[in-house]
Design a protein around this ligand. Sequence first.
Ligand code: ATP
Ligand code: MG
Length: 325
Amino acid sequence: MTETVLVVPGDGIGKEVVPAAVSVLDAVADFEFVEAEAGDHVKAETGEALPDETYERAAEADATLFGAAGETAADVILPLRQAVGSFANVRPARSYPGVEALRPETDLVFIRENTEGVYKGIESEIDDGVTTLTRVITDDASQKIAEYGFEYADENGYDDVTVAHKANVMRTTDGQFLDSVAAVAEAGGHDYEEALMDALAMHLLLRPEEYGVVICPNLAGDMLSDLAAGLVGGLGLLPSANVGEDNALFEPVHGSAPDIAGEGVANPAATILSGAMLLEHLGYGEEAATVRSAVESVLESGPRTPDLGGDASTEDVTAAIVDEL
Ligand code: ATP
Ligand code: MG
């Protein structure tokens, strides 16, 4: 079977790093690539950042590889995550030999709930100068993220699973979150630790090596995974996945980087590593491992883009990675 992979480069360096990742995927698998448009440049032409056609193609494809959108990021990525039915945002943050990092011993994977929490958009101004926000935590979504997180830890060899919460203050909502996680853990015989999210932020900074998979409600996952990005040295290295029931979207954590767009010097590693996550998701585990080790060996001793202190171009680095495969 030939899987269909939708490719949406978007704006800025998305147009440079997505083709780089496609050339790597093309070297190890036999996908049918379909390209579609989204982002600022589409809005400028048509008035809409995300054409219906792109949305529908993402829903129909086996997986989507997305680059970045500039000003229109929220108008593009939020609906695209919905198009693939994503309930889990998977964000690995690990350091690489040869790449300078604040905490070189970091190997973390954040499993962030991707549908509810404070991101439901239920906000109001109930009086002059008085505003409210409703936080939604359901047993269904919490169990789903817990099941995904425990399974991810088992399949990827992580012994430590931590569940972030703030149930001492948000007693009802995070109380529900913890109860749901506990039910899943008991049914599956999984071990884990609960951690207050504020204290966890500090511990991750001081002793990241003591943690592995971190299962989080939506906002906590957003903030803690950015903190971890800071530990490993640079946005140019961080991939992510938005996983649904039978579809998924893969994207670098970084944005469109307008300051370097068009210069051909963007680091393609984050998007190529997102491509490795895509391979894994579609059942190409061996190919995913091959891509990862090619990226690692180029990061360690190959050409580097300026963000990592080198003077190589996106194309030089991509060619070196393809050579390693
Ligand atoms: P956006 O609004 O699209 O998020 P931004 O200005 O926030 O754009 P980011 O893409 O989030 O830019 O990047 C923040 C900084 O990190 C920029 O200085 C950018 O050049 C740098 N950066 C991000 N991604 C890469 C990459 N792949 N290679 C090199 N530098 C990068
Ligand atoms: Mg940004």
